[in-house]
Design a binder for this molecule. Structure first.
Ligand code: FPP
Length: 254
């Protein structure tokens, strides 16, 4: 679709958005980089580079419309099994991307967080990420959380280990206590809307605790094709759902 009509479509869809019902925490499984690259006759890493470019637009757009938290599934614990060239390219891409975008994020008042298992991360990459996290701590706009070396089950295992190490007894264990011991516990709330691109309909171990009540949205668009129009479509789908949290429709509408 031509650029002009894509802009017009965005305007038209934005007019339908209820600004009072923007999901506070959107989590995205950015899938389809490899397939996008293959369609273009390019190596998989080409797709990851294009995927990284997409991140910038989506962060800006979400910040502009008042989303508070955006978490991106950039690298799962299982992704270490990928070919070593792809793994090393991705790790390099994470730190170079964040370093390159740091000033832009700061200018847009965006905060940055890392969410995942720190051990087994390349120390240099972790060092760079920590540095950027610290340097953007003062910002009060959207919190961009990049989930790297992340697994939802691993996060729960680590939460349980942390609880045991603090000396809690079985009778002390509550859902609240587990929530308080997840990664980024004091920053990241439950997920309202979870999006997966590329037509796959799984949540693949992403935010399994925080996502217990999230609305799921699947789109055939590959991640490098996911633009503001696609994001607004996801938000409109979310706004058309009724979130009941186990209650009846009548109770929710009271
Ligand atoms: C899944 O697509 C994507 C990934 C494993 C990597 C996601 C990384 C990026 C978008 C790059 C940069 C991100 C940041 C935050 C700077 P896939 O490779 O599994 O696609 P396929 O299923 O088509 O093979």
């Amino acid at each position: 679709m031509a650029e002009q009509s894509r802009d017009e479509l965005l305007k038209k869809l934005m007019a339908e958005v209820d600004p009072k019902n923007i999901p506070a925490h959107i989590a995205i499984i950015m899938d389809g980089n490899g397939r996008w690259a293959k369609k273009k006759g390019q190596p998989r890493v080409f797709g990851h580079h294009e995927g990284a470019r997409r991140v910038k637009n989506i962060v800006r757009f979400c910040n502009d419309i008042g989303v508070k938290h955006l978490s991106l599934y950039a690298f799962s614990i299982e992704n270490w099994l990928r070919p070593s060239l792809e793994v090393s390219t991705l790790m390099r891409l994470f730190s170079t991307y964040i370093i390159k975008e740091r000033d832009g994020l700061d200018a847009e008042n965006v905060r940055f967080e890392f969410c995942g298992r720190r051990e087994s991360m390349p120390p240099k990459v972790m060092e760079e990420l920590d540095r950027i996290v610290a340097s953007l701590k003062h910002n009060t706009g959207l919190v961009l959380t990049v989930c790297i070396n992340y697994g939802g089950r691993a996060e729960i295992v680590d939460a349980v280990k942390s609880i045991i190490s603090k000396g809690y007894k079985p009778e002390d264990i509550t859902e609240e206590l587990i929530s308080q011991n997840l990664y980024c516990a004091d920053i990241l709330p439950d997920v309202d809307l979870m999006i997966r691109t590329s037509g796959e309909m799984r949540t693949s171990n992403f935010h399994i605790w925080r996502g217990a009540y999230s609305e799921l949205y699947f789109t055939p668009a590959l991640w490098p094709e996911f633009d503001s129009v696609e994001m607004v479509k996801a938000i409109l789908a979310y706004q058309n759902r009724e979130r009941r949290f186990g209650m009846t429709s009548e109770q929710v509408q009271e």
